[in-house]
Design a protein around this ligand. Structure first.
Ligand code: PMT
Length: 426
């Protein structure tokens, strides 16, 4: 019997030329043993008839839940509460905009709002529409909301344009859907939530964003950290049942609304905030990009320009993570990040042992589309006592966060906790 047998998947089909490819997605999921139901927007019905999906799925296809022949009077609730995954493919720019903004004016968008299962969206549209800042903003919002999004393929569109926007290959959509299903399979909590609850007894303190070290009231030293990685970790940890607190430096990303956040602009402020909170924490994750140097003398007034060069004397900021490690309580688990541009794994390995950590997440920050201020990241996770680095390919930061937390949860299981207490005595 397939591991995924009896998993219930809903496919939402919206109005684009790629709607016919959803048939392949449906068939692929069925071949993998999933029970599939389909919902369509009115415009999708211009491209494929509901009867096609009805014949293939063996179930009524909902287009309008107010329709007299709809057998279920509160379909968007029953539909959304009885599925393990909601796949929206293809998703038009219009549907993305509605989902990102909580507009629920048809069956698919209402189901999305009422859904507690993971959501996978595959956008498909003309390249200009895909690249439009409004669409990109909506995609980013949805990612921040925890939605899995498969980037559309590059290629020739039905309209003749060449560029990104083609629906990804149905096989790829099916394989990502199956991966999400298998990851969430053992993660259903007694409350019925589909998020894993393996961090339910943990209090996690996470640093995020950049610190800003003043040179004078208008100038400063900082870096490009947006806070996205730290916030993704916070979101993923909350979903897994942890109590989370964030100490945030300067950030440009939207923080999670349901997590307590303490602001700390400079390395010194961040250090003070961390040490106020650390005794409460069972796990500390240092995702912030703390400036390593600050001006030895920060001027209280604006330094005037002169014709000669300005020489700035710098000094090291406190190394917060190393200090936490020196004072760690028994059983506290410490995770650091390493932002590297060369010899990524070996430099990160040094940080793991020199800072006496349980885990280091190494990012190659020279890589395009990854690391600082990107929605995605590719990392290598190094875990103490495990000689094998774990490579996480370029993925949305929420997925990377979940992968990091998988390792955290693994280290917390009883077989590992004795070793953790041992290492904290060092
Ligand atoms: O915020 P985003 O835009 O999403 O970008 C994410 C990120 C690239 C900033 C993040 O993933 C990351 O790599 N954060 C750590 C960046 C960093 O400061 O690396 P580092 O190798 O210099 O520091 C090693 C570790 O020591 C880090 O955990 C850091 O938080 C900590 N540290 C560093 C210096 C210092 N004075 N105090 C510290 O605690």
């Amino acid at each position: 019997m397939s591991e995924l047998q009896l998993r219930k998947v809903a496919i939402g089909v919206t109005g684009g030329i790629a709607a016919y490819k959803s048939i392949e997605v449906l068939r692929g999921l069925q071949r993998a043993g999933c029970e599939v139901r389909v919902a369509m927007t009115r415009h999708a019905c211009e491209f494929v008839r509901p009867l096609t999906f009805r014949a293939l799925s063996g179930a009524y296809v909902i287009v309008d839940d107010y329709s007299a022949d709809n057998p279920d009077p509160i379909a968007h609730i029953t539909f959304s509460q009885t599925i393990d995954l909601f796949v929206i493919a293809p998703a038009t720019a219009n549907t993305l905009a509605k989902l990102a903004n909580g507009v629920a004016d048809d069956f698919i968008t209402s189901t999305y709002l009422a859904c507690t299962a993971p959501i996978l969206i595959e956008p498909a549209m003309n390249s200009v529409m895909w690249n439009h800042p409004a669409t990109q903003r909506n995609v980013q919002k949805l990612r921040t909301d925890g939605v899995h999004i498969i980037e559309p393929d590059d290629g020739e569109m039905a309209c003749g344009t060449i560029g990104p926007g083609r629906l990804s290959h149905p096989e790829r959509i099916v394989s990502v859907a199956l991966e999400i299903l298998s990851r969430s399979r053992e993660q259903v909590s007694p409350s019925g939530s589909s998020a894993t609850q393996d961090l339910i007894n943990e209090r996690i303190l996470i640093t995020a964003g950049a610190t800003r070290e003043a040179i004078d009231p208008v100038r400063f030293i900082s870096n490009r950290s947006s806070g996205k990685m730290g916030f993704a970790l916070a979101r993923a940890a909350v979903q897994r049942g942890a109590q989370v607190r964030i100490v945030a430096g300067i950030t440009t990303a939207a923080p999670p609304s349901d997590v307590e956040l303490i602001e700390a602009a400079s390395a010194e402020d961040m250090r003070a905030a961390v040490f106020r909170e650390i005794d409460e924490a069972t796990i500390f994750i240092a995702a912030a990009a703390v400036a390593d140097y600050r001006a030895r003398h920060s001027s209280p007034t604006k330094i005037k320009k002169s014709d000669s060069d300005m020489i700035l004397e710098l000094e090291r900021t406190p190394d917060i993570l190393s200090e936490v490690a020196r004072h760690r309580k028994n059983g506290q688990l410490l995770v650091g990040f390493a932002a590297e541009t060369d010899n990524v794994t070996s430099n990160a390995q040094k940080k793991l042992s020199q800072k006496n950590l349980d885990m280091v997440v190494a990012n190659d920050v020279s890589r395009e589309g990854s690391g600082f201020d990107s929605d995605r990241n590719a990392v290598t996770i190094l875990v103490r006592d495990n000689p094998l680095p774990i490579d996480v390919p370029l993925s949305p930061k929420l997925e990377v966060a979940d992968r990091i937390l998988d390792e955290v949860a693994r280290l917390r299981r009883p077989a590992f906790s004795a070793t953790s207490a041992e290492s904290s005595k060092q």
